[in-house]
Write a protein that binds this ligand. Sequence first.
Ligand code: NI
Length: 204
Amino acid sequence: MTETAHRPGRARLLLPALAFVVLLAAGVGAWTFFARGESGAVGGIGGPFTLVDGGGHPVTDKEFRGRYMLVYFGYTFCPDVCPTTLAAVAGALDALGPKADRVQALFITVDPQRDTPAVVRDYAAAFSPRIKGLTGSPDQIAKVAGEYRVYYAPQRSQGAGDAYTVDHSSILYLMDPDGRFISPLRADQTAQGLAAEIAQHMSG
Ligand code: NI
């Protein structure tokens, strides 16, 4: 056989092998994305963070142990998705009644440059006093966003001067009282739907 004649044969073996590897990688990726991981464990969602609270003081994830964390990433200049989501979270916390005392809602900014501690605190509190607004240094925000697999990217349009928007993924994350990931929750649902989903994941 000539060298040329070998190539199709090798390709016939290579392609299925390559397809298998790609499918395996996709499967592992999907599994790790939704797997219930230990806090901070490789492959899990969430993990330890140090951020800055509304008073300008450092706050870590450990402060919220013993309560479920309902975590959302966004920014206060967000024109539509963030306000809609935070309104739903506020309504869900009201609908949960006494159960809401066991839930800490966190709004973590992906725009730390404009969202100072006071700005993000007041913004979150305007929806509900139960929602805590957190910011941090760009590095702190990048780290926690990475742990939660959150995508965000500032978008500057020409002629807009200093103005910019921030594209960001919009998913609510429900974490258990030990800080472990329970489930992603859709952000685009009603307060009642959200409350029902949260309650269904809570023990007792
Ligand atoms: Ni937003």
